[in-house]
Design a protein around this ligand. Structure first.
Ligand code: ATP
Ligand code: MG
Length: 449
């Protein structure tokens, strides 16, 4: 991080009271801001955040021992600790990130939506990389009230673009992240049912996503999924600024899937960088961003290399032409339906889905699991194995009937069954919420195959 600020300026940015700070120290440059003593470097300022499991104030001594020049605390800690002391350390951390972000005049692309944020972030980054520009992007899934500031604080003058993933669990969170990240382009991929347990309705989820539009500067440009009617309607109520829409059904950047591998858009045939209709939609979002930033699409005719973090659109080719589609990173209703569709469209002999619970879906959870089962039946899958770690998953089997579904209670039991049933040219999809850890089944099956 090439952070340029003096400790005294930092104190002003966060309106901090100072304790044990000499004039010399106040005039010293801050090498960086960190919340993690494990990666802290000498000269940095340590922010003591309070989390559910940890209280950063307990790590203040370690931070100083590792060379922190001062710490940001929410109470006056006793002793000779050099402190900037504020009411709320997270708010201070976010204020520093917002200030640092404001030092840059580059395009900042903020991406939110119920599914496909990380995928779209990677697609946007890949598309922008064709300019040979330097892309700064969210790492891993650092997309929340701590991850977004962390990402922004790692912006440096070498960067030409920043691509920031923004996630929410509740109302107000996207508004806050937008104020901090101040995107010049705001992308909303879709409105689904993730976190509906907390938000109550799809309408409320749409409103929460559209906080991105409501809070971004009026000179910014919105990139919206035309095919998501609820999103478009809600967006129209809060955003009057410049907008580019994209979609497979319509929109300013409209794509048509001519087979499962090629997208026809604005007269160009572009190979799909990632499989499935949902990823065609994510790719169109990236093309819309490219259009705004006047990035030439021609190079994409030769294909675009995109590396997604594990468990998303991952394909493993096993011996005997057996193919695994690993979507174990996470699952909600819409992404389950998208993945089942992808499975059904993957040419092969038999199509088998190994599914588990979709978590955090609130009251409608049984209904949504039932709908996943129904989709499996309608797609006429050849096999359905379900890991039942709680009774919600059983509803998948109910929805699938009369398609036979086999239920298991352990990861190993599924691996054993798969080994027994697998045949040449089978296509096998794995998908469940992250905490179900279906990736363990994938790894075990691959190891024992
Ligand atoms: P998170 O909220 O966990 O950060 P995310 O929004 O970043 O998730 P991704 O990690 O990109 O989403 O994708 C997660 C899964 O969602 C993928 O494995 C895929 O199955 C599905 N998915 C991706 N894009 C879409 C889309 N546009 N519509 C429906 N499902 C999608
Ligand atoms: Mg993500």
């Amino acid at each position: 991080m090439s952070f340029h600020v003096l400790l005294s300026q930092l104190a002003e940015i966060i309106a901090a009271g100072s304790v044990n700070l000499s004039d010399d120290l106040l005039a010293a440059p801050v090498a960086g801001i960190t919340t993690d003593t494990r990666t802290l470097k000498a000269g940095e300022v340590f922010v003591a955040l309070r989390g559910e499991k940890f209280d950063g104030h307990e790590f203040v001594e370690t931070a100083l021992r590792k060379g922190a020049i001062a710490v940001i605390t929410d109470y006056k800690m006793p002793g000779a600790i050099p402190q900037l002391h504020v009411k709320d350390t997270l708010t201070a951390y976010q204020a520093i990130a917002r200030w640092w972000r404001s030092q840059f005049k580059i395009p900042v692309i903020g991406i939110t939506g119920s599914c496909g944020k990380t995928t779209t972030k990677e697609l946007v980054s890949a598309v922008l990389s064709s300019t040979k520009g330097n892309i700064h992007k969210t790492l891993f899934n650092y997309n929340n009230e701590i991850g977004v500031p962390k990402t922004l604080l790692e912006m440096s003058p070498i960067h030409d673009y920043a691509v920031i993933e923004m996630a929410m669990r509740a109302k107000g969170e996207i508004a806050l992240l937008t104020q901090i990240a101040c995107p010049t382009i705001g992308v909303i991929t879709n409105v689904g049912t993730a976190h509906i347990g907390r938000l109550g309705s799809k309408e409320a989820i749409a409103q929460a996503k559209c906080e991105l539009l409501a809070e971004m500067p009026s000179s910014s440009i919105a990139v919206l999924n035309h095919d998501d009617r609820r999103l478009m309607e809600t967006a129209a109520g809060v955003w009057q600024g410049q907008t580019i829409t994209y979609g497979l059904e319509g929109g300013d950047v409209r794509g048509e899937l001519i087979d499962n591998e090629t997208l026809l858009v604005a007269g160009m045939r572009l190979p799909l960088p990632l499989p499935g209709r949902h990823n065609a939609s994510n790719f169109l979002a990236a093309l819309a961003v490219a259009k705004i930033l006047q990035v030439d699409w021609t190079p994409f005719k030769a294909g675009l290399a995109v590396n997604l973090p594990s468990g998303r659109a991952q394909r493993y080719n096993l011996p005997n032409d057996v193919v695994i589609l690993d979507e174990t990173y996470n699952a909600g209703l819409e992404s389950m339906l998208a993945a089942l569709q992808l499975l059904a469209e993957t040419p092969g002999k038999r199509h088998i889905a190994v599914l588990g619970t979709m978590k955090e879906l609130g009251e409608q959870s049984p209904e949504f699991h039932f709908a996943v089962g129904e989709a499996a039946r309608k797609l006429n899958l050849d096999g359905l194995l379900i890991l039942v770690d709680d009774k919600e998953a059983e509803a998948i089997a109910l929805g699938a009937a009369p398609l036979p579904a086999e239920c298991f209670t352990t990861h190993q039991a599924i691996v054993d069954r798969l080994k027994e049933m697998v045949e040449e040219s089978d296509r096998i999809l794995f998908k469940a919420s992250h905490s179900v850890a279906l990736d363990r089944v994938v790894n075990q099956f691959r190891a024992e195959f």
